[in-house]
Structure formats: structure tokens, C-alpha cells
Design a binder for this molecule. Sequence first.
Ligand SMILES: [Zn+2]
Length: 115
Amino acid sequence: MDTPSICTGTQTRTEACACGACGKSPEAKHAANKRDVLALLDLIAGCVENHPSQSFERATWGHVGDIAHLRSLLMEIATGFALGPDRDEQAARRRIEEALCAEDDEVAGALIDAM
Ligand SMILES: [Zn+2]
């Protein structure tokens, strides 16, 4: 592997950095960021399943707080994607929360319908 090239201004890898001084076209920057987002989503899913912090005999309120915080961060991102033309954040969030009330085998479809 080549030496990683990290922007000194943003501490972001230069291929994805959007500071304006790291070069490359918007198309290339978008593609690099999209690739990184998908890689990070895979990592997060793996961590939620397998990270040692997620392995315990009985959940404590501390465990609940940690996973609820992660849920909240992801909800914020999902809400951004679910915004309608009215840009009503509360309505988008509500649609997602209601979709999450679906049974496990139906939740993926319900979430897509909520978008
Ligand atoms: Zn940069």
C-alpha cells in the first residue's frame, strides 16, 4: 500500500477531501466519498454485530445508552434522506420511526416506503 495521503487542513484522505485545495474533479471527489461511506457503513454494521463492546451477558443501561446514541446518529442521517419537498424534518423522522415499528421481516421494506 502506498503511503496514505492525508490533507493537513482537514485530516481527511486527499482523494475524498473537499477542502478545495486537494485537487480532482467534483465527480472524482463524490465517487471517493461515496466509496468511503459504503465502506464505513459496512464497518459499522460489522461492529454492531461483532465488536467486543456489543458482547455481554446482560445489557446494562450503559449498553442501552451507547446503542441508543448510535441509533440517534443514524436516525439523523436517515431523516436527511427521507425529507420531502416540504423539508419537514419532524414529518420525515416520524415516518421513519413508524416504519421501524414494522415486524423484523418487513422493516426494510417499510423503511424504503417511508422515503
Ligand atoms: Zn484537503
